[in-house]
Design a protein around this ligand. Structure first.
Ligand SMILES: [Zn+2]
Length: 340
């Protein structure tokens, strides 16, 4: 199966987060047919990470995730592009990594076989697969982890963190004609959110600006009732550790609302390698959840700007370029002296 066929075959199997079982089985069978030793690591009853090796000394690993955001969009193509869910995030990347790994595998020099493949579940929700695989015994063999996410084939030298939380206000319901009898949770929430929009959060010279998205908002019961409850969900893209950002946030909120922390991953610095275009990316990945898997690198074909959209696509020439870049990167890493 060539690169484009493999991309489309992976995309044709729906694997929205939580439903990765079928694509995992397919990958296992495919990799075994190519001579890889494959294990499935159970993450839940019907979710498995896929782990593939060629020998007992896999020093350099390729990884990304098998799940996609909803909805499933079947693959289509023209001369230049492959369209559909997972084209760039991240099934095209899986295909490019497997093609690169098979090129390395077929070299005569046996040291090029010191590679592994790791495909996780549920990255798009909470990196559940990455958290489970972090304690896998093979992690100790891994010196370099080349993670794939759409970076336009640039080598990401850093990725921002993500701090997700809910802010909840409460008040007292009353007839809207007698507002003095009630206490509006929505007005309180609006005030808090406005203060957050105008706040100065700490930034970082390397990672850039800390940004806040008010992603969800809800509350109230009816137009003629003073609202007793309201809630907003925020995703903060961290450029510093969580603590100074949370401090600013808690000072703003004070006792006006409750804060529920949903998840947090801090910004990560990744390995820099000469000869690659380098940049900081704003999204987060599985990497912060797999600290046991060696030094992280991040590179992948495609643009994060089309990932998660209905128009998701990957340029075929970017897929081909990614295969070359992955081979090149792995060769440079394999040429470094092995850890004692
Ligand atoms: Zn992704």
């Amino acid at each position: 199966m060539n690169l484009f066929e493999l991309t489309k075959a992976l995309m044709a199997i729906p694997s929205t987060s939580g439903e990765e079982e079928a694509v995992g089985f397919w990958l296992r069978d495919y990799l075994e047919s190519l001579g890889w030793t494959v294990q499935l690591q159970a993450v839940s009853e019907n979710q498995n990470n896929v782990i593939a090796t060629l020998n007992d000394t896999p020093r350099v690993w390729f990884s990304t995730h098998m799940d996609t955001v909803p909805p499933f969009i079947p693959p289509t193509e023209d001369d230049e592009k492959i369209y559909g869910r997972g084209a760039c995030d991240a099934k095209g990347i899986i295909a490019a990594q497997i093609c690169a790994a098979n090129i390395l595998k077929n070299y005569v020099d046996p040291s090029y076989k010191d590679i592994g493949l790791l495909y996780t579940v549920e990255e798009e929700r909470a990196s559940t697969g990455a958290k489970v695989v972090n304690n896998h015994p093979l992690a100790t063999k891994c010196e370099y982890m080349i993670n794939g996410e759409p970076t336009d084939n640039d080598l990401a030298t850093g990725s921002k963190g993500t701090f997700r939380l809910n802010i909840r206000t409460s008040g007292r319901a009353a007839h809207s004609a007698y507002p003095e009898e009630g206490d509006s949770a929505i007005e309180k929430l609006i005030d808090i959110l406005d203060d957050i929009r105008n706040a100065k959060f700490p930034n970082d010279e390397f990672f850039g600006e800390t940004t806040v998205n008010i992603g969800t908002i809800g509350g109230g019961l009816a137009l003629n009732i003073i609202p007793p409850k309201a809630e907003a969900g925020l995703a903060i893209r961290l450029t510093t550790k969580r603590e100074p950002v949370e401090k600013v946030l808690r000072e703003i909120v004070g006792d006006r609302a409750e804060i529920e922390v949903l998840s947090c991953s801090e910004p990560v610095r990744m390995l820099e390698i000469d000869g690659f275009n380098q940049k900081v990316v704003r999204f987060t990945t599985d990497i912060p959840h797999m600290p046991n898997w060696g030094q992280p690198l991040l590179l992948g074909p495609g643009s994060i700007l089309v990932a998660h959209t209905k128009d998701e696509f990957i340029l075929k020439k970017d897929l081909e370029e990614a295969v070359e870049l992955y081979v090149d990167l792995a060769k440079q890493l394999l040429a470094k002296p092995a850890n004692a």
